[in-house]
Design a protein around this ligand. Structure first.
Ligand SMILES: [Ca+2]
Ligand SMILES: [Ca+2]
Ligand SMILES: [Ca+2]
Length: 436
C-alpha cells in the first residue's frame, strides 16, 4: 500500500467512525421557549408540504397548589429550523389543566376533524380532579374543548393516557379506554380500567364512564391483536400500575371483540411488586413479533425493559424479560422523585429496515437518553445508553418525541426541560454540522 492509498484508507476509516458518531449523538438545532414543558407528542397535519406536515403538542405542569396549566401547539417547527426556532408560533390550546399528562392526536377518522386528546390530574392540593379533554381544532383561532370525564359530582381521578376503540360496537363511534387512579393520602383507593362511551349525539354530549375492572391498572395502556394457533385472533390490552404495582394484560371473549361487558374480560398478571409506568407495543428486536416495551420507575435503580410475548399470549409464565437499560436514579433528593419516565421507539432516519432506537426521558434524574441497539441480531438485547442532554439534578425531563419535521430523511428529536422553560431540538440528519 502506497502513502496515498494509506491516507485514503485512514480517511475512510475516520469517516466511517464519524458517520457512526453522527448516528449515535444527535446534533443540537435550537430551543423553543415556553413555561414548564412536560409531555409532548407529534401532531400530523393533512397536506403534502413536508415542512408543514408536523406540529408539536406540549403539555405543561406547575407544582403550585390550585394552579392551572396550559397545553400548547408549536406550529410547523419544520419551517423554522433556519432561525433555530426563534420565530416559531406557539399556540395556547387550553389553559385549565391540572398537571398535563399525555397529550395526543385524535385520529382524524374519529371526529372527522383535527382534534387533540389530553389527560390530567395530580396529587397536588387543588389539582386532583383529573379530566379527559377533547379539543376540536376545526377553528384554530378558537379551539373548542370538552371534558369526556366530567361527572355531575366531581371525582378526584388522575388520568395518564388512553386508546381509541369502538368498545360496544353499537353506534360505530370510537370510545376511549383508560386506566385511572384515585389517591387518598398518597395511597391508591381505586385503580380502575375504564371506558368512556362516545355519546350517540356526538362528542359534545355527556360521556358515560363504565368501570371494566377494579384494582386493575392506573397509568399506561396499549392495544394489540395477537394470534393463537392458526385460527384465533384476540384483541389484547397491556397495562401498567404505578400504584397497584402490577403489570397486567386484559383480553375479551366478547362477540366480535366487544369489550363492554366486564364478565367477558380476563385479566392476566405478568409481574407485581414494582412501579410500572410507561408501556408501548412495538417489535423491539425486529424478529417479526411485537414486544412489550415498558419502564419500571424508582428512586434508585429504575429500568427500561422488554417482555417478549410467547406464541400463546395467555401463558403469563412464558413471557421472556430483557432489561435493556438500568441504573436510572432520581437525583432530585425527594422521596417522590422517580426515574426514568417514558420510553418510546423511533427511527433516527427514514431507513426503517433495522431495529428502532429508543428515546428515554429520565424524569427526575434531569437527563434525556437515546438507546442505540449495538447489533441487528434479534437475540442481542444490548444497547448503548447515550445521554442527549443533562439539565442537572433537581430538574425534570418528562417529554420526548421525534419526527422528520423538514422531510429531509434525518429525524428531529424534541426534549422538554421542565425547569428551564425550554424544549431543546436535535437532529439525526448527518449533513447538519451544528455541534452539541
Ligand atoms: Ca362505540
Ligand atoms: Ca420482537
Ligand atoms: Ca429532518
Amino acid at each position: 500500500m502506497g502513502r496515498a492509498q494509506l491516507f485514503i484508507a485512514l480517511v475512510a476509516v475516520t469517516f466511517a467512525l464519524l458517520t457512526d458518531l453522527v448516528q449515535s449523538q444527535p446534533k443540537f438545532l435550537g430551543v423553543i421557549s415556553l413555561p414548564y414543558p412536560a409531555h409532548m407528542n407529534i401532531f400530523t397535519h393533512t397536506g403534502d408540504n413536508p415542512t408543514r406536515k408536523y406540529s408539536l403538542l406540549v403539555n405543561t405542569y406547575s407544582t403550585e397548589r390550585n394552579s392551572y396549566d396550559t397545553a400548547y401547539m408549536v406550529q410547523h417547527p419544520g419551517d423554522h429550523i433556519a432561525s433555530n426556532f426563534t420565530d416559531v408560533a406557539v399556540k395556547s390550546i387550553y389553559n385549565f389543566l391540572y398537571w398535563g399528562k399525555e397529550i395526543q392526536q385524535i385520529p382524524t377518522s374519529v371526529l372527522d376533524t383535527e382534534a387533540i386528546l389530553n389527560f390530567d390530574g395530580s396529587t397536588i392540593s387543588g389539582k386532583a380532579t383529573g379530566s379527559v379533554y377533547i379539543t376540536d381544532m376545526t377553528d384554530y383561532t378558537f379551539p373548542a374543548t370538552y371534558n369526556a370525564a366530567s361527572t355531575l359530582v366531581p371525582e378526584s381521578f388522575m388520568y395518564s393516557n388512553g386508546i381509541w376503540k369502538d368498545i360496544n360496537l353499537i353506534n360505530s363511534r370510537d370510545d376511549i379506554m383508560a386506566c385511572r387512579v384515585q389517591l387518598v393520602n398518597g395511597q391508591q383507593r381505586y385503580s380502575q380500567f375504564v371506558w368512556l362511551e362516545h355519546p350517540r349525539n356526538g362528542f359534545k354530549d355527556r360521556w358515560s364512564i363504565h368501570v371494566l375492572k377494579e384494582s386493575a391498572c392506573d397509568t399506561s395502556l396499549a392495544l394489540t391483536s395477537l394470534k393463537v394457533g392458526l385460527l384465533d385472533t384476540y384483541e389484547v390490552i397491556y397495562a401498567t400500575g404505578q400504584y397497584t404495582q402490577r403489570l397486567v394484560l386484559f383480553w375479551t371473549s366478547g362477540f366480535n371483540n366487544n369489550w363492554s361487558n366486564p364478565d367477558d374480560i380476563t385479566t392476566g398478571v405478568l409481574e407485581t411488586g414494582r412501579e410500572y409506568y410507561d408501556l408501548t407495543i412495538v417489535d423491539v428486536n425486529r424478529d417479526g413479533n411485537v414486544d412489550i416495551l415498558f419502564t419500571v420507575i424508582s428512586q434508585t435503580g429504575g429500568s427500561v425493559e422488554v417482555y417478549e410475548i410467547p406464541n400463546d399470549f395467555r401463558l403469563t409464565e412464558s413471557y421472556k424479560n430483557h432489561v435493556i437499560a438500568s441504573g436510572f436514579d432520581s437525583r432530585n433528593g425527594g422521596a417522590a422523585g422517580r426515574s426514568p419516565g417514558i420510553a418510546r421507539a423511533f427511527y433516527p432516519t427514514t431507513s426503517t429496515n433495522q431495529k428502532p432506537y429508543i428515546m428515554v426521558a429520565g424524569a427526575d434524574d434531569g437527563r434525556a437518553y437515546v438507546l442505540r441497539p449495538i447489533s441487528q441480531s434479534a437475540n442481542d438485547w444490548g444497547y448503548e445508553k447515550i445521554v442527549v442532554v443533562d439539565s442537572g439534578p433537581n430538574e425534570a425531563v418528562v417529554g420526548m418525541t421525534a419526527a422528520d419535521i423538514n422531510g429531509n430523511g434525518g429525524t428531529e428529536l424534541f426534549v422538554s426541560l421542565h425547569d428551564q422553560d425550554a424544549i431543546r431540538v436535535y437532529t439525526f440528519d448527518p449533513e447538519i454540522s451544528t455541534t452539541l
